[in-house]
Design a protein around this ligand. Structure first.
Ligand SMILES: Nc1ncnc2c1ncn2[C@@H]1O[C@H](COP(=O)(O)OP(=O)(O)O)[C@@H](O)[C@H]1O
Ligand SMILES: [Mg+2]
Length: 150
């Protein structure tokens, strides 16, 4: 309704704004450049900002533009992410059923990532959205991901 009143073609602030239709600010370009830098070097990056400032949206755009022949994105956004769920969530996205015990699942994930890198020549990019909700134990479980925090 208000869209027509303001002459808008689409509804603003929806979660599924196509990433090529986003407002392209210099800040967003800077963030995208830094995320690319971190992904290419398999570094650890933290993206922080107030609620609703576009962190998840920027990540969405980053993921859409990432070279799928070089990188595989593993995305987690879980309020109560235990270490076991962290490994399970990543393994599921890699098409593997996680072993029950946390230590086994961790080794299983390491093996999957070695295979991904060694055989398929693909680097993992782990995105943990809503990462401010992680507890201490969990943060330790996450290696070389991109964290998104409010
Ligand atoms: N660059 C942008 N251009 C247009 N709309 C945007 C942009 N960034 C964010 N938004 C809008 O703002 C809303 C909130 O952004 P979101 O990424 O969910 O914020 P955060 O993750 O920081 O809480 C999104 O649903 C989207 O509709
Ligand atoms: Mg968000």
């Amino acid at each position: 309704m208000f869209e027509a009143a303001y002459g808008m073609e689409n509804t603003p602030f929806s979660r599924d704004v196509p990433t090529d239709k986003l407002y392209d600010s210099p800040m967003m370009q800077e963030i995208l450049g830094r995320l690319k830098y971190a992904a290419e070097r398999q570094m650890f990056a933290v993206l922080t900002g107030d609620c609703g400032t576009g962190k998840t949206t920027t990540i969405r755009r980053f993921v859409d533009r990432l070279d799928k022949g070089k990188f595989q994105v593993l995305y987690l956004s879980d309020l109560k992410l235990t270490p076991r769920h962290f490994y399970k969530g990543l393994l599921e996205q890699l098409g593997s059923e996680a072993k029950f015990y946390r230590g086994d699942a961790k080794r299983q994930l390491q093996r999957e990532i070695e295979l991904m890198r060694g055989i398929r020549g693909i680097q993992p990019v782990v995105v943990v959205d809503e990462a401010h909700l992680l507890d201490k134990e969990n943060s330790g479980a996450c290696h070389s991901p991109i964290f998104v925090e409010d």
